[in-house]
Design a protein around this ligand. Structure first.
Ligand SMILES: [Zn+2]
Length: 423
């Protein structure tokens, strides 16, 4: 924390006893002249004394975590230390680094953790000093009108006389669902607080827990909520595609619209998802030659070997109908029948609005592919701003679904790529 005081005139401090200044770093003066006068003994230099000890504060800390029911309905990004009840919650220290020349999802890929990259991701979080070292403050995003329920992991070494939430009551409504457990040790208070965001706000807000002990109050827990005043609207069109040779048409998956909407909300994107009722029909000699094949059982499926050109084939079939020109600014999700094994594929990383989603995708695939189109790399890609070990996160841009775990979260560094107004 730093403090700057600007005074146009002079500052005079008068003390009856000694006047001491302590600094962990340099003490710097600048002015037209530095004048020091010792009235009776002159000016002396030597080894400085030690600063007095800090006042006694309660030895307790409160760490907020999403509940195990969280599926990304609000954004929550923290330095993971494997203390939540989420299905996938690996400690960041050790899973941030880089891969060698073999791509992370290929066999033989070698991951090397990087302590420097781990330290670098810590800069994504505000922090403050505690009796147990630095506390890294989670970043949260929540839209006006939305509600979040959180767990707390409460560390008690010395019980405080009291603990209380401090927050802006104009912006938030907090409901304490469960008081903190104050037994000495580490306590997991599940679903202990409900946070409702009451309005649009334009600068970051803090929800803090303050503990008081022997008349001294100190901060023991915090959440930083990023301003939600720049919600961007995006239009997404789901387009069923009928492949003649397969006699099959793609369709919306059970929960994919909800998951996609949630995933976008984390970056303060309001996804307006609509669906074309009449399918776009593809077929003919050219399409069949390039884009269909048979699986081992003899069923006709989409061929993956030429997926790099499938987007332009779908786009030209869709925009052959002049009435569809109204969808030029929509993100276009072409819902295809089954492929051999691929879930979906975006036309590129950033600078495209076109995504192909195959029948064998899962509910989170469409958000994943859309986020590729909007500029995100896989979290395990060396080109990602931070590279995480493969299948070690519940991030939408990971492949954790392949080990039957849900993926639904995003991190602050991704929020800023998806929506530049997130700060
Ligand atoms: Zn991908």
């Amino acid at each position: 924390m730093s403090r700057t005081r600007i005074v146009k005139g002079n500052i005079t401090k008068i003390t009856g006893g000694n006047y001491r200044v302590y600094s962990k770093d340099n003490i710097v003066n600048s002015g037209s002249k530095v004048i020091q006068k010792g009235k009776s003994d002159g000016v002396s230099y030597g080894t400085p004394g030690s600063p007095p000890p800090s006042p006694v504060i309660a030895k307790c800390l409160v760490f907020f975590r999403p509940t195990n029911a969280w599926e990304g309905e609000f954004g929550f990004d923290w330095v993971r230390v494997n203390d939540s009840h989420l299905a996938v919650d690996n400690r960041y220290n050790g899973i941030i680094g880089s891969y060698g020349s073999v791509y992370a999802s290929e066999s033989g890929a070698v991951f090397t953790p990087s302590p420097a990259d781990y330290r670098s991701i810590l800069n994504q979080y505000n922090n403050f000093g505690t009796y147990k070292g630095q506390y890294y403050v989670p970043n949260m995003t929540i839209l006006s009108g939305d509600t979040a329920i959180l767990d707390a992991v409460v560390h008690i070494e010395e019980k405080a006389d009291s603990m209380q939430y401090i927050y802006n009551t104009d912006v938030f409504e907090l409901t304490i669902l469960k008081q903190f457990t104050v037994a000495v040790g580490i306590n997991h208070d599940d679903s202990c607080i409900r946070i409702k965001c009451k309005k649009i706000f334009n600068s970051a807000e803090s929800i803090r827990v303050m503990a008081t002990k022997n008349g001294q109050t100190s901060k023991v827990g915090e959440i930083r909520v990023l301003p939600n005043n720049n919600v961007k609207n995006i239009d997404i069109l789901m387009i069923p595609v009928s492949v003649e040779k397969m006699n099959a048409t793609g369709a919306v998956k059970g929960n994919e619209k909800v998951l996609t909407r949630n995933a976008m909300k984390q970056s303060y994107l309001n996804a307006n998802i609509s669906e074309k009722t009449s399918p776009t029909v593809v077929g003919g000699f050219f399409f069949n030659l390039f884009f269909t094949t048979t699986d081992p059982s003899g069923n006709v499926v989409m061929d993956l070997s030429r997926w790099r050109s499938i987007h332009s084939a779908l786009e030209s079939a869709f925009f052959d109908n002049p009435a569809n020109s109204i969808y030029r600014n929509h993100y276009r999700v072409y819902m295809m029948p089954n492929s051999l094994s691929l879930n979906g594929v975006a036309e590129g990383i950033g600078n495209t609005k076109v995504v192909a989603a195959f029948g064998n995708r899962n509910d989170s695939s469409t958000a994943h592919e859309l986020m590729h189109a909007m500029g995100l790399y896989h979290t395990f890609d060396n080109d990602s701003q931070f590279t995480f070990e493969y299948r070690k996160t519940d991030n939408i841009m990971d492949y954790t679904h392949q080990i039957r775990k849900k993926r639904f979260s995003t991190n602050k560094f991704q929020w800023k790529i998806l929506n530049r107004s997130v700060s």
